[in-house]
Design a protein around this ligand. Structure first.
Ligand code: FEO
Length: 401
């Protein structure tokens, strides 16, 4: 008998997930504060488990379920999202609980099978379909590409609890299970990081989904995501934040992403930072040997300008900058203005590559590159300062248009 207990989130609905205090790399996303894998148990005539946990945490989940009911009483297993942090324990649940039904979206059934987690035994539900659990009813919403093709929401209609899988979640391991037990600034910061690194490429779908939920008058009293705390104090807050981030409107903030070999590009970055500050722009320098790409992505989520600096190394970008740009390109932040800079010894090939990258990323380049040979002279640093001032002025102009 373990001490692990289920935590009631409302009558007959429980959190039965697991806390991963030690994970620091979640497929390339720096999880500085760990994460949780949330699974939810609904006790009704049909006992229902919504999502599971990463395979390594299956016993903790089972122990929490067993604190409420015998896990063999599970009738329905619903997979809102088939990524392995939520589906990894499905074979274990199948084996030990033998649920009457496994339920997923059409793409979920396929994806679960392609991960070798199930066979052909999944009941497919469509957008808008409902199932009756006894006293409670679950309604399903197709949320394709938020953030996988299989993704769906399950909504407990009378209690108005939205089980939103990854959406509105965050990588944050805490003993607390509810938003009102934690500082809002921490929740905002971690929700922003999650949006920037997981949902951002799908912002047009986020907007459509939010409009659809609003049109259908879905106003959750609680949002229960698959990571982080349950939103119960004011679930409209994460919805408003998603609306704001999905709009991708520029704000008066610039991010200077750079790396340096002998502090030449480093000095240039500092001069640009000073120029931006002088122009009244909030500025965040990100030195990429000491910053993580996923933190750079988070800063860029709420910025209006991206300025990238790299030395030329072996006719190429500096490796940390190449890594960051590949990552940022995939996240498809739109509406940024930008420029590039750096030091070089002979060829200076990095400038062309930086500009090509930013152009591919749809960043509008608004200034010529600032280049310094070997070590920047005062004139080079002045050019960097002016670049910062000009970008700041341009950003202010666009925001005020
Ligand atoms: Fe938390 Fe997309 O898995």
């Amino acid at each position: 008998m373990t001490p692990f207990k289920a935590i009631e989130i409302t009558k007959d609905v429980y959190w039965v997930g697991a806390t991963d205090w030690t994970i620091r790399n979640f497929h390339g996303y720096a999880t500085h504060r760990g994460t949780t894998y949330n699974a939810y148990l609904i006790v009704d005539e049909k006992v229902t488990l919504i999502d599971t946990v990463k395979y390594d945490f299956r016993e903790e989940m089972f122990a929490r379920i067993a604190s409420v009911i015998d896990p063999r009483q599970i009738d329905y297993l619903i997979s809102n999202h088939s990524e392995l942090d939520h589906s990894g324990a499905i074979p274990y649940v199948k084996h030990l609980a033998q649920p009457e039904k496994i339920i997923a979206s059409k793409m979920g059934a396929l994806t679960l099978k392609e991960h070798n987690l199930v066979g052909d035994d999944v009941q497919v539900v469509k957008d808008g379909e409902t199932i009756n659990l006894g006293k409670k009813t679950l309604k399903f919403f197709d949320t394709k590409m938020l953030h996988w093709p299989d993704s769906m929401f399950s909504y407990l209609t009378d209690e108005r609890i939205l089980f939103s899988q990854d959406a509105f979640g965050m990588h944050l391991a805490t003993a607390e299970r509810f938003d009102d037990e934690l500082p809002f600034e921490l929740l905002r910061r971690e929700t922003a990081k999650y949006y920037a690194n997981i949902l951002l490429p799908y912002s047009p779908m986020v907007k459509k989904l939010l409009s659809k939920l609003s049109a259908e008058n879905v106003k959750p009293a609680m949002i229960a995501p698959d990571h982080g705390p349950v939103w119960r104090q004011d679930p409209s807050k994460p919805i408003e934040l998603y609306q704001h981030w999905a709009d991708q409107k520029p704000v008066n903030k610039a991010v200077v992403v750079y790396d340096t070999m002998w502090n030449s590009t480093g000095k240039m970055a500092q001069a640009i930072v000073d120029g931006l500050y002088e122009a009244g722009t909030e500025v965040v320098p990100m030195h990429m040997s000491s910053s993580h790409r996923s933190d750079a992505a988070t800063e860029i989520l709420e910025a209006g300008a991206l300025i990238v600096g790299s030395p030329t190394l072996n006719n190429n970008l500096f490796p940390t900058i190449a890594d960051t740009l590949v990552y940022l390109k995939g996240l498809r932040r739109t509406g940024l203005i930008g420029a590039v800079f750096g030091s070089y010894g002979w060829g200076g090939e990095a400038f062309k590559q930086l500009e090509e990258y930013l152009t591919d990323m749809k960043v509008e380049i608004v200034s010529a590159p600032v280049k310094a040979k070997y070590s920047p002279q005062d004139e080079d640093l002045q050019n960097c300062f002016t670049l910062g001032q000009n970008i700041g002025a341009e950003l202010a102009k666009r925001i005020n248009q």
